[in-house]
Structures are given as C-alpha cells and as structure tokens.
Design a protein around this ligand. Structure first.
Ligand code: SF4
Ligand code: SF4
Length: 408
C-alpha cells in the first residue's frame, strides 16, 4: 500500500502516467470516482468481482474482471474502493502490483454535499465513508490495542410487521417471537460500552423495532453514551411512529432509515411526512431485489478453506450483532443460534453478561471476536452473502412461520 496526500495526488498520478483503476464498482467506487474527477483525474476502469458487471459501464466507466486486471501493467494506480482492503491488498501484492492505495485520505478530503449520487442517499454518505474507513483501519486498530467498533446491530425484538419468507435476519422462523428483555439488554450494553473506545453506529432493529413499544428506552440509552456517534433506527415503512417512540427520533444523533418495499410499505409516505414535520433526520431507499440469504441450510460440511472463503467474501461477516446479551459476528449467526438451528459454539460469541468475566478480560474477548475470526460455525449453514448469491424479489411474504430443523 502506498501513502499519499490528496493535494499531491494529481501530480503523482499524472507524472507516473499509468492507468487509474478503482477496485470496487459499488457505492464507494462511485464516491471515489467523483473525488478523483474533482481533482481533474479520469478513472480508466473499474474492477469488480461481480460477474454481472463485467464488460458493462458503471457510472460511465467500463468494469473489468479480476482476470483482466492481472493482464494490465503492474504499475497501474489501483484504489481499493470496496470493504475488503486487507484481503485485496494482499492479493495485489502477491501478483506484483506496486501502486495500490486505500481511499481514506481521498474520501476525507472531498466535499460530497453538493452532488447527487446514484448509489447513495445524501444522508448515508458520511455513514458509508465511516464504515469504509473502519474496514481499512481494522488492522491498525487491532495492533494499536484500541477497540473501535464501526457498528453494532441491537436487535430489540423478534416481532415484525411483515413476514418476509427470505428475511436475512431469520424472522420468518420464529413461531412465538418476543421482545428483548430490557434489563438484560441494558446491562450487556453497559458492560460492552466499558470495553469499547468508540462506536460509530448503533443500529436498532428487529424484526420491526416499532413493534416494541419500549423502543424509545433503547434509543435514548444508546444515544446517551458519550462514545456513541450515531443511532440508526431501521423501519420497513409500516408503523407510523408516535408518542415516546416518535420523540426519541428527534435526538440529533438519531437517523431513521426506511426501506421502502412499495405497496407493502403502506405508511411510507405518512412516515416521511411525520419526519419532515418533526425535523427528524431520515433516509429511505426503494428496494425491489434481495440476495437469497434467508435460508438455514442443512450442515454443508464445507472444508476449512471453503468456510474461510464464505466468511471473507460475505458482506455481513463484520456486522456485529447483540442478541439476548450475547455478541455475535453477524445477525445470521445470532438468530440461527437463538432459534437453536445450529449447534452452540462458545467460540463464536461473547456473553456480555457473564459477571465472572472481568472488564479487561471481556475487552480481550470482544477484540478476539471482532479482529481474529476466520469464520464462524454458522457459515456452514448459510448461503453466504457475496456477489455469487442469486438475486430474488424482495420481501415476498409468508402467512405462517417457516419450518426448520432444530439441532437441540
Ligand atoms: S426483512 Fe421483512 S421480516 Fe425481516 S425484518 Fe425486514 S421487514 Fe421484517
Ligand atoms: S454465517 Fe457466515 S456466511 Fe453467513 S452471514 Fe454470517 S458470516 Fe456471512
């Protein structure tokens, strides 16, 4: 990896004269292209692992496959514009590429406010950049001893106002969904916050968090921690917030993030109106397609290498999740264990409420879960969430909870 200063980038790249390539044609790729264009630099190609994008243009730039990249000059200037900085950097190094960069400095020094992006709602830009930076800086955090968490899913209920047959958080399997026990949740959060140096984003979700009338107690608690930057409340556009569940959204740290599933999100417009009337920060995105990752597979007996691959390629393997007082690497792992659909594995979780564990020990355990995992047992029961997973219609409904095999 090479260091650079944004102010010197134009001279540096024009003087070496090699192609400029962005590895990652997703939302960060769009922001980085904009940032480079603002400096007067033209992007020659994107590279992306998603076969559907190969040979096509993305944001006006042709997308190459990884194979095509290997044929290009080894001095090409490559910016890694996706979440997998460490693994892609290592791969490029092995192939003999010398000029590759993370995009942190560039993203830090570009003003994105006055431009409309295809892939990102304006209110999501800062959040997305922060996520990217945390992914790039993971190795640094790991060696520095700091525990900076980019985001934590706080699941406050198993209940939902929709019953999507392919919910990736596995809500479709709960026969008797319940709300979280708030005493347990609050004591685990307090212990968690004693361990972390900073958390960029808490994500309050369910199911539908508005199914829990005490949602506000959680949102207020999370927003009150000094170490919290933001609290995002997720909704599917069904329940119009009112009373204390509306009041809590007015906190300046809180953003309401609405997924609009068309006619299923029947109160979407009313919610937008309420947000605007009450000056609540919100973002929304119309969603028609999902990846097919809401299934609990029978044990796949994948090899170590296959499980590692699943985990590395998974866009959710860094989505730390809190459920029933325990911390997991992803919501699939949390809910599959909660449903008893996969065997219990104490290595895949941290029990925040185990009072026998001192705070310094707990910090070590959390760091281990966050920084030192190659995969979790749940990866052997999961479709994974990478670019190869098939696309399906979003939010297809089921009337009844879906059956699954319990392991205990
Ligand atoms: S995907 Fe569907 S079932 Fe799952 S939480 Fe969202 S709205 Fe509820
Ligand atoms: S179980 Fe593994 S593959 Fe599935 S979502 Fe979690 S990390 Fe990804």
């Amino acid at each position: 990896m090479k260091n650079y200063k944004t102010s010197e980038l134009k001279n540096k790249l024009t003087s070496n004269g090699h192609k400029i390539i962005l590895f990652g044609a997703g939302d960060i790729g769009e922001l980085v292209k904009y940032a480079l264009n603002q400096l007067g630099l033209k992007v020659d190609y994107y590279v992306d692992n998603d076969k559907d994008k190969h040979g096509k243009k993305r944001y006006g730039v042709k997308v190459l496959s990884f194979q095509e990249l290997t044929l290009l000059n080894k001095n090409s200037n490559i910016f890694i514009s996706n979440n997998y900085y460490s693994s892609i950097g290592a791969e490029l190094n092995k192939l003999g590429f010398t000029n590759f960069y993370d995009c942190v400095e560039l993203l830090n020094n570009t003003d994105f406010k006055d431009h409309k992006f295809e892939s990102l709602h304006t209110l999501k830009i800062d959040r997305r950049i922060e996520y990217y930076k945390n992914m790039c800086l993971k190795d640094e955090y790991s060696s520095s001893g700091e525990l900076n968490i980019k985001n934590l899913d706080v699941q406050i209920t198993e209940r939902c106002s929709l019953k999507c047959s392919h919910c990736s958080n596995l809500m479709q399997f709960y026969e008797k969904p319940v709300n979280e026990d708030l005493d347990l949740l609050f004591s685990s959060l307090d212990r968690f916050m004693e361990c972390v140096d900073k958390i960029y984003e808490f994500r309050v979700l369910g199911g539908d968090p508005f199914m829990n009338k005490d949602m506000y107690k959680v949102v207020n608690k999370l927003a009150n921690y000094d170490k919290t930057e933001k609290v995002i409340v997720y909704t599917n556009g069904r329940i119009v917030p009112k009373g204390p569940n509306l009041e809590c959204l007015k906190n300046e740290k809180v953003i309401l993030d609405m997924t609009n599933y068309g006619s299923l999100s029947n109160n979407h417009q009313q919610i937008v109106k309420v947000c605007e009337e009450n000056k609540i920060s919100y973002s929304e995105s119309l969603t028609t397609v999902w990846q097919d990752c809401g299934e609990i597979l029978p044990k796949q007996d994948r090899s170590e290498l296959e499980k590692k691959r699943k985990f590395i390629d998974c866009c959710n393997s860094d989505q730390l999740s809190l459920l029933k007082g325990k911390l997991y690497r992803c919501p699939f792992s949390a809910n599959a264990e909660n449903l008893k659909a996969i065997p219990f594995n104490s290595d895949d979780q941290v029990d925040l409420n185990d009072q026998k564990i001192s705070i310094p020990e707990l910090k070590i355990k959390i760091k281990d879960l966050v920084y030192n995992k190659d995969y979790v047992s749940a990866c052997d029961f999961c479709n994974g969430r990478d670019y190869t997973v098939k696309k399906i219609k979003a939010a297809e409904q089921t009337k009844k909870p879906l059956p699954y095999i319990r392991v205990v």
